[in-house]
Design a protein around this ligand. Structure first.
Ligand code: PNS
Length: 167
């Protein structure tokens, strides 16, 4: 059984993430999407909401499971009995950080390798940060997130704005 872990913040999941999940699920017997619970930056969505969104958008992929995790990715990988981590590479700007992370992870645990998948060209510019920014200013995010996610982002941003304004 070859298990892989795809760790990330997924705040929220984008079409680029889903593309990586679909392709990684073809390479492993089981893919576990790990949703980080101890982000330094405060996420827009709670970890439960991020897990739920991922469960909904991956419902069509039988060998994908979604779990929240805290702490190190390599520890989560070990706990899942997975043999490799998956990360998406969008552009050269991702490379330095991803290389550093992969090398750190390998020095923490020599049994854990990182497999990089290049993001599909049509999703290369999409990030969760861009999605939130566009949605915040009322732009159309339907090209960036799976259909089930779009209204949840607008609703969350409305709630965030209302809280900021003390409404
Ligand atoms: O989607 P993101 O925010 O780019 O994902 C980053 C993530 C969650 C993969 C990374 O921050 C991570 O692995 N965090 C867990 C802590 C850890 O293992 N750090 C060591 C690697 S530098």
């Amino acid at each position: 059984m070859k298990r892989a872990v795809y760790p990330g913040s997924f705040d929220p999941v984008t079409k680029g993430h889903l593309d990586i999940i679909e392709r990684a699920a073809n390479l492993a017997d089981e893919l576990i999407v790990g949703v980080l619970n101890n982000n330094e930056k405060t996420p827009l969505f709670s970890v439960e909401e991020r897990v739920k969104m991922l469960v909904d958008v991956t419902a069509h992929i039988p060998n994908v499971r979604v779990e929240a995790f805290s702490g190190l990715s390599v520890e989560f990988c070990k706990k899942c009995d997975a043999s490799f981590l998956v990360r998406g590479l969008r552009a050269v700007t991702d490379f330095e950080y991803e290389l550093q992370m992969a090398q750190t992870n390998r020095s923490l645990d020599r049994d854990v390798d990182t497999l990089f998948l290049t993001t599909a060209l049509n999703y290369a510019y999409i990030s969760s940060t861009i999605v939130k920014e566009v949605a915040f200013y009322g732009g159309d995010i339907s090209g960036f997130v799976p259909p089930q996610i779009k209204e949840r982002v607008y609703a969350k941003i409305d709630a965030f704005r209302a809280a900021q304004n003390g409404i």
